[in-house]
Design a protein around this ligand. Structure first.
Ligand SMILES: C[S@@+](CC[C@H](N)C(=O)[O-])C[C@H]1O[C@@H](n2cnc3c(N)ncnc32)[C@H](O)[C@@H]1O
Length: 420
């Protein structure tokens, strides 16, 4: 039967599957929070790099270390120009005509096969199998011309001991042209997700026994049969030592451009509670905020932070951070309850107190403007489709504004320039 064949063909493409942003590796938080935040931090430096290349009539070559399924390509190509207004259609920093080549490198042949399948139609993308354990592998060092951007994302560098990272980065310094960017990404030492592990001394490398348990469906016995592997938890100071040593070994100048604690509010292991049983289960409700046509119980975003005795400096940071997030969520709940749908107006708005941190004040004012601006719209579900995503972006903005870039989130990202 022709119908049966047609539906079977559609099913086999894998594109007939129900796609949800609520769970899985590519959940809404990964796409709209984590990838975007990384891009926001990269933006000024990538803009500058593209400008330099354009002025020399050259195009960019990018190396993605530990590329997995090649997700770094979409992240990098999704970075936007400085201040795109709402009129522009093309907002990318690296437009297709400015990319010469993207090379993805990983040790895992299954992931590389998946990457090759996804990006088979893109002639500028190439995937290479290689092992980073002893520095850049010969497939790159000897097999590839220099790159303008050396990129390792989402905890890839936590797979290695510090001396291995030194070798990788020293090799990058040697391999790079006269100017290049390097972005490294480790797991942060002091994420609330792994509060049980905070006590490990910082004068020793510390590796967490990591499980990808967040992919296990609800109800399945947690962790059963899941392989675990060691991942390095790191602080900014430890990271700087690695960079300085690599720079010295290679005899090449490097300079830190910025650091970022990514996913303080939404780390993957908040929902598993594997390393802190007091963790708030925030990832699912934040995924729900981003999801169209789905309303979220906003109360489920409130965090009852449990301090750990003996870690005052960390407790102080998390108290202020989570109390600010809670204040914004509560403010939003109050505004929604005070919105008169018949009149299309707010009856009243709670006070924004003068001593709140500025980013919180700004987020509250903006939330009020958004609710007043769209609350009266009748088409679609304006709460689920506009107000809730805006709350997610506001929490994301608050995280960006309050993070110290020292190792307080799931990820610690450092961006560096290499100059010869
Ligand atoms: C946390 S994943 C990040 C994957 C991807 N960059 C992303 O954005 O999701 C870490 C990646 O590092 C790779 N990796 C681990 N050890 C490696 C090694 N010795 N050499 C090269 N890649 C390695 C893994 O196979 C995995 O794809």
């Amino acid at each position: 039967m022709a119908e049966k064949k047609a539906y079977t063909q559609a099913f086999r493409t894998g594109k007939y599957d129900k796609v949800s942003g609520l769970l899985g590796k590519y959940d809404n938080v990964r796409k709209y929070w984590e990838d975007q935040v990384t891009g926001i931090y990269l933006r000024p430096f990538l803009n500058n790099l593209v400008e330099k290349k354009r002025n020399r009539l050259e195009r960019l070559r990018i190396l993605d270390l530990g590329c997995g399924s090649g997700d770094g390509y979409d992240l990098i190509m999704g970075v936007t120009r400085k201040d795109p207004g709402i009129y522009e259609y093309v907002t990318a920093t690296i437009t297709d005509d400015m990319l010469k080549e993207y090379v993805g490198m990983d040790i895992n042949a299954d992931l590389l096969r998946q990457a090759q399948e996804y990006y088979a139609s893109n002639p500028k993308m190439k995937f290479v199998e290689g092992d980073l354990s002893h520095g850049l592998p010969p497939e790159i060092l000897e097999g590839q011309p220099p790159f303008d951007f050396y990129f390792a994302s989402f905890g890839t560098l936590s797979h290695f001991h510090d001396d291995q990272c030194v070798r990788i980065i020293a090799d990058i310094c040697r391999h790079a042209p006269e100017y290049a960017l390097f972005m490294g990404d480790w797991l942060g030492r002091y994420s609330y997700e792994w509060q049980d592990l905070w006590h490990h001394p910082v004068n020793q490398e510390y590796f967490i026994d990591y499980r990808i348990s967040y992919l296990s469906p609800e109800g399945e016995e947690k962790g059963t049969g899941l392989a675990s592997f060691p991942l390095r938890l790191i602080t900014k100071d430890e990271l700087m030592k690695i960079i300085e040593q690599a720079s010295q070994e290679a005899g090449v100048e490097t300079a830190p451009l910025t650091f970022c604690d990514r996913s303080i509010f939404v780390g993957r292991h908040l929902d598993t509670g594997d390393y802190n049983k007091n963790c708030p289960r925030l990832r699912l409700p934040v995924n729900s905020l981003f999801e169209s046509h789905q309303r979220t119980d906003l109360e489920s975003l409130l965090v009852d932070y449990v301090p750990r005795r003996g870690f005052d400096h960390l407790n102080n940071f998390f108290e202020l951070f989570f109390m600010s997030c809670n204040a914004l969520v509560k403010y939003t709940i109050s505004l929604l309850s005070e919105y008169d749908s018949e009149e299309g107006k707010l009856r009243s708005a709670p006070e924004v107190l003068p001593f709140y941190p500025d980013p919180l004040k700004e987020a509250m004012h903006n939330m009020q403007r958004v609710i007043e601006g769209v609350g009266w719209l009748e088409w679609g579900d304006v709460r689920a489709n506009v107000i809730e995503p805006h709350l997610a972006y506001s929490l994301r903005r608050l995280e960006i504004a309050l993070q110290p870039g020292t190792g307080m989130g799931h990820g610690l990202v450092g961006i560096f320039e290499i100059k010869k």
